[in-house]
Write a protein that binds this ligand. Structure first.
Ligand code: NDP
Ligand code: 2IT
Length: 451
C-alpha cells in the first residue's frame, strides 16, 4: 500500500468504527475515496488539510420528531432528518425522501453523493439531503398533507434561500412540495419562493423541473452512446421504477425513437415487447401520479408480461436505466445484462448499482454512466429554479430545456476529461468522482482550516 492508500484506509476505518451500521453511507464514501487516490497522490495539500476526514463528515445532522394525526384521529410519530453535508460552494441543496426504508445511513449517503453531484452541475450549490421514514403508500391526501405540515413545522427553522433549499426525491413530488410551501408560508409570513424547489408552476416553480431528471438522464446517456459511435434511435431500453425519473426518461426516449420495454415498482416489473408508447405512458402518468396504483395494472390493461417480485435486468436490451432506488442492480444481474449484449447503463436513481455490478460493467467495456453525473439534471434544474426565483422571472420551456442540455453536456465533458487526465479514459465513475471532488476540496481549503 502506498502512503496515500494507507491514509485513505485509515480514514475509512474511522468512519466505519464511528457508525458501524451505516452500510449505504460506507459504500458511497468508499467509491469516492478509491477514485480520488491519484488526485491525493499528485497533490499532498489535500492530505495536509485532512480533506477526506472533513469531506466525509456532515457539517450538521438534524434529527427530529414528527408527530402527525391520521384521518381516523390516531397519532403517529415519525422520524425526520436533514443532513446539511457541505456548504463550501453554496447553500445546502438536495431533496427530501419519504419512504419507510429511510434511515440516517440512507440520508447520509444521499447527502454525500449530492455534494459531488451539485459540484458537477457547475452551479453554486452545496450538498444536503433529508427525509422521513413516513410511508406515503395507501395514505389519503389529507394524511399526506398533515404529515407534510408536521414535517415542515420543524424543518422550517433550519432552511432558507441562502442556507438550505430542499426539493423532492422518492415519495416527495409536486403534491408534497406544495403542502410544505404552504406550511412554510403559514409559519413564517414569508412567501419563501426560493426556500424549496420543485414548486408548482403557478407559485414559483420552474418549467422543465418535473421532466429534468429523466430528460437529463437521457441527455447524458446520449453523450455516452455518442462516444461509442451509437445513438438511442431503435435501441431497446429497460427502465426500472415508474416514478418521476422513470416516467420522463420514457417520454424523452420516445421522442428519440428508442423502444422502452420495461417499467417496475417495488412489487414487480412489466415487459412490453412492443414498447411503452406515448398513449401507454399517459396511462402510467395517471396510474402513478393520480390514482397511485401498482404497475401491475399496466400488464392487466395491455395484456403484457408481469413479473412479480423481480427486476427487469433479466431481459435482453441494448441500454439499461435503473431509475428506482439504491442497490437495485447487483453483480449477477449486471452479468446477465452483459451476457445479453447491453452496450450502455445509466444510473437515473442514486447508487442503484452495487460495487460489483459497476466492476462488471466497466470490465466488459459497457458505457457506464454513474448517478452523480447522469441524474444531475434534476438538481441542476432546481438550481435554475432558484435563479429564476431570485430574478423574479421565469424562462420558457424551450429556454430552460436548452440550459439543461448545455449543463448535461458540460457535466459529460468535465467527467470524460477528468477520467482521461488520470489515465482512465471512458471510466466515468472515476471521472465524476474526481471532477466533483476537486472543486469542493479546493473551496474548503481556500476558506480556511475550519471550513
Ligand atoms: P418516485 O417516488 O417518483 O418513484 C420511485 C420509484 O422507485 C417508484 O416506482 C417506486 O416503487 C420505486 N422504488 C422506490 N423504492 C423502492 C424500493 N425500495 N424497491 C423497489 N422499488 C422502489 O421517486 P423518483 O422517481 O423521484 O426517484 C427515483 C430515484 O431517482 C431515486 O433513487 C432518487 O433518489 C433518484 N433521483 C431523483 C431525482 C428527482 O428529481 N426526483 C433527482 C435525482 C435522483 P413503489 O411505488 O413501489 O415504491
Ligand atoms: O437526488 C437528487 O439530486 C434529487 N433528489 C434532486 C435534488 C434537488 O434539490 O432538486
Amino acid at each position: 500500500m502506498s502512503n496515500t492508500e494507507e491514509y485513505v484506509a485509515s480514514v475509512l476505518k474511522t468512519i466505519k468504527r464511528r457508525d458501524p451500521n451505516q452500510s449505504e453511507f460506507h459504500q458511497a464514501v468508499e467509491e469516492v475515496f478509491e477514485s480520488v487516490v491519484p488526485v491525493l497522490e499528485e497533490n499532498p495539500t489535500y492530505e495536509e488539510h485532512a480533506i477526506l476526514e472533513r469531506i466525509s463528515e456532515p457539517e450538521r445532522i438534524i434529527q427530529f420528531r414528527v408527530p402527525w394525526y391520521d384521518d381516523a384521529g390516531k397519532l403517529h410519530v415519525q422520524r425526520g432528518w436533514r443532513v446539511q453535508f457541505n456548504s463550501a460552494i453554496g447553500p445546502y441543496k438536495g431533496g427530501l425522501r419519504f419512504h419507510r426504508t429511510v434511515t440516517e445511513s440512507i440520508i447520509k449517503f444521499l447527502g454525500f453523493e449530492q455534494v459531488f453531484k451539485n459540484s458537477l452541475t457547475g452551479l453554486p450549490m452545496g450538498g444536503g439531503k433529508g427525509g422521513s421514514d413516513f410511508d406515503p403508500k395507501g395514505k389519503s391526501n389529507a394524511d399526506v398533507m398533515r404529515f407534510c405540515q408536521a414535517f415542515m413545522s420543524e424543518l422550517g427553522r433550519h432552511i432558507g434561500q441562502f442556507t438550505d433549499v430542499p426539493a423532492g426525491d422518492i415519495g416527495v413530488g409536486g403534491r408534497e412540495i406544495g403542502f410544505m410551501v404552504g406550511q412554510y408560508r403559514r409559519m413564517t409570513n414569508f412567501h419563501g419562493t426560493g426556500v424549496l424547489t420543485g414548486k408548482g408552476i403557478g407559485f414559483g416553480g420552474s418549467l422543465v423541473r418535473p421532466e429534468a431528471t429523466g430528460y437529463g438522464t437521457v441527455y447524458f446517456m446520449q453523450a455516452v452512446l455518442k462516444a461509442k459511435g451509437e445513438r438511442f434511435k431503435n435501441k431497446t431500453v429497460a427502465i426500472s421504477g415508474s416514478g418521476n425519473v422513470a416516467q420522463f426518461a420514457v417520454q424523452k426516449l420516445n421522442q428519440l425513437r428508442a423502444k422502452v420495454v420495461t417499467l417496475s415498482d417495488s412489487s414487480g416489473y412489466i415487459y412490453d415487447s412492443e414498447g411503452i408508447d406515448n398513449e401507454k405512458l399517459d396511462f402510467v402518468f395517471h396510474l402513478k401520479n393520480n390514482r397511485r396504483g401498482r404497475i401491475k395494472e399496466y400488464a392487466d390493461k395491455y395484456g403484457v408480461e408481469y413479473h412479480a417480485s423481480s427486476r427487469p435486468w433479466e431481459k435482453k436490451v441494448d441500454v439499461a436505466l435503473p431509475c428506482a432506488t439504491q442497490n437495485e442492480l447487483n453483480g449477477s444481474e449486471a452479468q446477465m445484462l452483459v451476457d445479453n449484449g447491453v452496450i450502455a447503463v445509466g444510473e437515473g436513481a442514486n447508487m442503484p448499482s452495487t460495487p460489483d455490478a459497476i466492476d462488471i460493467f466497466l470490465k466488459a467495456g459497457v458505457g457506464f454512466g454513474p448517478a452523480k453525473a447522469v441524474n444531475a439534471g434534476g438538481v441542476a434544474t432546481s438550481g435554475l429554479e432558484m435563479s429564476q426565483n431570485s430574478l423574479r422571472y421565469s424562462w420558457s420551456f424551450a429556454e430552460t430545456d436548452q440550459r439543461l442540455k448545455d449543463i448535461m453536456s458540460n457535466v459529460f465533458s468535465a467527467v470524460a476529461d477528468a477520467a482521461k487526465k488520470y489515465g482512465k479514459e471512458g471510466n466515468y465513475v472515476v471521472g465524476a468522482n474526481i471532477a466533483g471532488f476537486i472543486k469542493v476540496a479546493d473551496a474548503m481549503i481556500a476558506q480556511g482550516q475550519y471550513a
